[in-house]
Write a protein that binds this ligand. Structure first.
Ligand SMILES: NC(=O)C1=CN([C@@H]2O[C@H](COP(=O)(O)OP(=O)(O)OC[C@H]3O[C@@H](n4cnc5c(N)ncnc54)[C@H](OP(=O)(O)O)[C@@H]3O)[C@@H](O)[C@H]2O)C=CC1
Ligand SMILES: O=C1OC[C@@H](O)[C@H](O)[C@H]1O
Length: 384
């Protein structure tokens, strides 16, 4: 499928013709018949020789059966344990409410399954660290258990091109960075995203993308959160919008605003510009911007605008950049992360962009999310 605007938007649900499967393809089971799994796993797996979606488990067996039949999945299970006990399943995809991530990841690891785990990895950094510890037991090491937090966007070539530009000095010495990720509430206030008991809160849902993008681009950890304002609460302790400022090493000041409570009309008034996800890195020589950095496969623009245009030469790293980077065949972020996950399990060569998210990194990302809650005066998720 050529990577034009229509195919890019349709691609998640209408991937190209299925490819033949490799003999050692990873047989993945979906733990939960979740809304995101067609886009994150079922579709991309069709186009990957290295992955077979072999089963789906739901709390209600009838739901699992209907989901399996709809998506052409050969096996279904009533309850998650049943799938974890099936030796035909090599790996599980966990897309449960955030508050259930750690519990089921630990159970999956103990059952000897690899885990592709939706973001955020857990309710809090302590739980994330418990997942890391579970992969470091002798049994898990012997089974070479792989656990990947599915920050799919960080596997896309557009993000890597942006980071390479910053590393090459395209904006000079970085002094600030920001993320904006604001939408209307497309899920409704009763969604799992806004239930404290399920690990809800916009800082868990979208703040985790902000933390990960800032940490990825700056190659560093936040030293402290200097302000955190839960501008809108959906209910007590459950943030619908969060604005935070963070200090990174070397005097880099970062900020983010994430929201899912802005009224549609506010986006109409801003010409939809305000709804465009935006990542910006500013330095003494210029500003790098990457729009739609969470789903760059749909559309995005990567620009570097020099602070001054007077000193530009042909080989000057600070020259203007205005690019799109769709990578091979316009594949989705989810395709890239699923491919990397399967390659890691099989010990195959790391595919381009040769990137991996170690669990240690996931623990630090969750720490970033937790620090923002602490500064905001809201309970860290998972606290009674
Ligand atoms: N990487 C990405 O782009 C995205 C990631 N996500 C992440 O994926 C996860 C799931 O999101 P999404 O697909 O929207 O979620 P869903 O609302 O589809 O829920 C996922 C599963 O969780 C179970 N579940 C739902 N409600 C409850 C409840 N009240 N108590 C216990 N279990 C429940 C259900 O399992 P069952 O089928 O067994 O009933 C359901 O299938 C979240 O962590 C989210 O952050 C979500 C969207 C995009
Ligand atoms: O990619 C995403 O966009 C919408 C969010 O609510 C979701 O959880 C997230 O992963």
């Amino acid at each position: 499928m050529p990577p034009n605007i229509f195919s890019r938007i349709l691609w998640p649900d209408a991937p190209p013709a299925p490819v033949p499967k490799a003999a050692d393809a990873v047989r993945v089971g979906l733990l939960g018949a979740s809304r995101i799994s067609p886009r994150a796993v079922i579709g991309p797996a069709k186009a990957l020789a290295s992955v077979i979606v072999h089963g789906v488990a739901a709390r209600d067996g009838k739901k699992a059966e209907a989901f399996a039949k709809k998506h052409g999945i050969p096996k279904w299970y009533t309850g998650y344990e049943a799938m974890l006990n099936d030796p035909e399943i090599d790996a599980v995809y966990i897309a449960l409410p955030n508050g259930h991530h750690a519990e089921w990841t630990l159970k999956a690891i103990h059952a000897g399954k690899h885990v592709l785990l939706e973001k955020p990895s857990a309710s809090n950094a302590t739980e994330s660290a418990a997942i890391l510890a579970a992969t470091q037991t002798q049994d898990a090491k012997n089974a070479r258990i792989v656990v990947l937090e599915n920050f799919h966007n960080l596997f896309h070539p557009a993000l890597h091109r942006a980071r390479d530009l910053v590393r090459a000095g395209a904006v000079g010495n970085v002094h600030s960075a920001s993320v904006r990720l604001c939408f209307p509430n497309i899920f409704g206030k009763d969604d799992i995203r806004f239930d404290y008991a399920l690990g809800g809160g916009i800082n868990m849902d979208l703040g985790t993308y902000a933390c990960s993008a800032l940490r990825f681009m700056l190659d560093a950890e936040p030293l402290r959160v200097t302000s955190a304002t839960p501008t809108t609460l959906v209910r007590p302790d459950v943030d619908g919008e969060m604005a935070a400022t963070l200090d990174f090493p070397d005097g880099v000041a970062a900020s983010y605003v994430v929201s899912m409570v802005r009224p549609w009309i506010s986006f109409v008034c801003s010409g939809l510009e305000g709804m465009k996800p935006m990542l910006e890195i500013k330095g003494d020589k210029g500003t790098l911007s990457l729009s739609v950095f969470v789903l760059p496969q749909l559309l995005h623009k990567l620009t570097v605008v020099p602070t001054t245009t007077t000193t530009i030469t042909a080989d000057d790293a600070t020259q203007h950049v205005a690019e799109t980077v769709y990578g091979e065949g316009g594949n989705t972020t989810y395709w890239y992360s699923l491919r990397a996950f399967a390659a890691r399990i099989r010990g195959a060569e790391e595919p381009e962009p040769q990137y991996w998210i170690p669990l240690e990194w996931s623990v630090k990302n969750q720490r970033c999310v937790d620090m923002v809650y602490e500064k905001a005066g809201l309970r860290v998720r998972g606290e009674a």
